[in-house]
Design a protein. Structure first.
Length: 435
């Protein structure tokens, strides 16, 4: 049984943290902005961060850049679920923001609309010790970097350790453990929860579970591979977990629902980033002491996850591409990047391995497992590379809808057939549009 850690043990002061963190990445030096770009406006679109202080720090840095260099930077944010529609609208209009947030496979979808950033990525990567493999797999499209890796988000198991201790249960190490513990805890009024709905979390967890059972959505050759004994086993696991350990509410969850579920004290376990813990700390909720984290669960085929992997791209129709590049350099200056990580309360993980030993993880024992999640991470579409079809599969929630159909009455084989038909249709339509 894991022991409860005490917040603050071995913690660094803010001054000590920033001093140490800056030294960690001291090799990354500011490149002065090009004179021609200094007086022009730079616009950037990102999501509404799940830790609001992260956006506050991003805007503070934008204002600081504007004041120092005279190029006003405007940072806009919207719901993450609105980002794909906004990207499509800007491409169709051939105007909009200079810098666009890009998740997962979207640089592949907009390959022809994004400026190459090879030199910038090489410059930053060489000074930071190199990118995680999943960054290159996600954002280097056919040999060309189309966006700059910005951060990734771990998806550990998030547990109410008090409830597990009360019922003499060890924290889950495997998905089978989640089922066994969840079955017991649901009977006690404390179910577990994973989204099976139109939510980003639902996509993330399906990719993870399917890989853990040995399943694939697309195989190494780029062919549809969803209908397999391994994915059928993953789907049967979903059905059993839903019946024995969860409640109907997960079929209608949004990306904040599992946070509320855990923070209410009713939920015992979720598969999610650390946002509920951060919210509990920020709001000084008593339940903060009961929340902890453990590695993403393993399955018969090993331990795998599909962490959100986020980058920043510059549109080809940007009105100030040079100013956009210089602002990205500014964000990656040691002091700036480290302040932004601190502001996110460790939600934002640096996209290079150097950050596995970042001082932020020493501030709280409950955070130390998070950077190690990168070892198990793959981009969506693995073992094939990300592609526009994968972006569309996630965008229209084929995978959680397929699971929901199996749960709501269709047998697993029929649900898999439906999913395969949908994926074939998406691949056909997307490839025809690119031709």
């Amino acid at each position: 049984m894991q022991q409860r850690s005490k917040r603050g043990k071995g913690a660094l002061s803010r001054r000590q943290f920033l001093s140490t963190a800056t030294a960690t990445t001291a090799g990354l030096m500011m490149v002065p902005p090009a004179i021609a770009a200094r007086k022009k406006r730079v616009t950037m679109l990102s999501w509404n961060h799940f830790v609001p202080t992260s956006d506050e720090e991003l805007r503070r840095q934008a204002a600081e850049f504007s004041e120092i260099y005279g190029a006003k930077v405007q940072v806009d944010t919207i719901s993450h679920l609105q980002i794909p529609a906004k990207q499509a609208a800007e491409v169709n209009a051939q105007r909009g923001h200079d810098i666009m947030i890009m998740g997962g496979a979207f640089p592949w979808l907009y390959e022809k609309q994004l400026l190459p950033v090879d030199d910038l990525v090489d410059e930053l990567g060489s000074k930071l010790g190199g990118w995680y493999p999943f960054c290159e797999q996600s954002f280097r499209v056919k040999g060309t970097w189309r966006s700059v890796p910005w951060f990734w988000v771990s998806f550990p198991g998030t547990v109410n350790q008090a409830l597990f201790a009360q019922h003499d249960l060890a924290w889950p190490d495997t998905w089978a453990d989640v089922l066994a513990a969840g079955t017991k805890l649901k009977k006690a009024g404390h179910p577990v929860g994973i989204a099976i709905s139109h939510a980003g979390d639902a996509n993330t967890t399906f990719w993870s579970i399917n890989w853990c059972f040995g399943g694939k959505v697309i195989d190494e050759e780029g062919q549809v591979a969803i209908r397999s004994p391994q994915t059928e086993e993953a789907m049967e696991f979903y059905r059993e977990l839903f019946d024995k350990a969860m409640t109907d509410e997960v079929l209608a969850w949004d990306d904040a629902s599992n946070n509320r579920f855990l923070l209410s004290g009713r939920g015992s376990w979720i598969h999610n980033p650390i946002s509920p813990y951060n919210a509990a700390l920020a709001k000084k909720m008593d339940i903060a002491k009961d929340i902890n984290h453990h590695p993403t669960p393993a399955g018969p085929a090993g331990r795998h996850n599909a962490p959100p992997i986020v980058s920043l791209g510059i549109w080809k129709f940007s009105r100030n591409p040079e100013g956009a590049r210089e602002f990205l350099r500014y964000l990656f200056e040691p002091e700036n990047f480290n302040k932004w990580v601190v502001a996110s309360m460790a939600f934002n993980h640096g996209p290079v391995r150097e950050f596995e030993t970042h001082p932020i993880w020493a501030t709280d024992e409950k955070l130390k497992v998070l950077p190690l999640e990168g070892e198990f991470g793959h981009p969506r579409g693995w073992p094939y590379h990300p592609n526009p079809e994968v972006a569309r599969i996630d965008e229209v929630y084929v995978l959680p809808d397929m699971v929901a159909k199996a749960i709501r009455g269709k047998n697993v084989k029929a649900a898999l057939q439906w999913g395969e038909d949908q994926i074939h249709r998406i691949m056909k339509n997307t490839r025809e549009r690119r031709a």
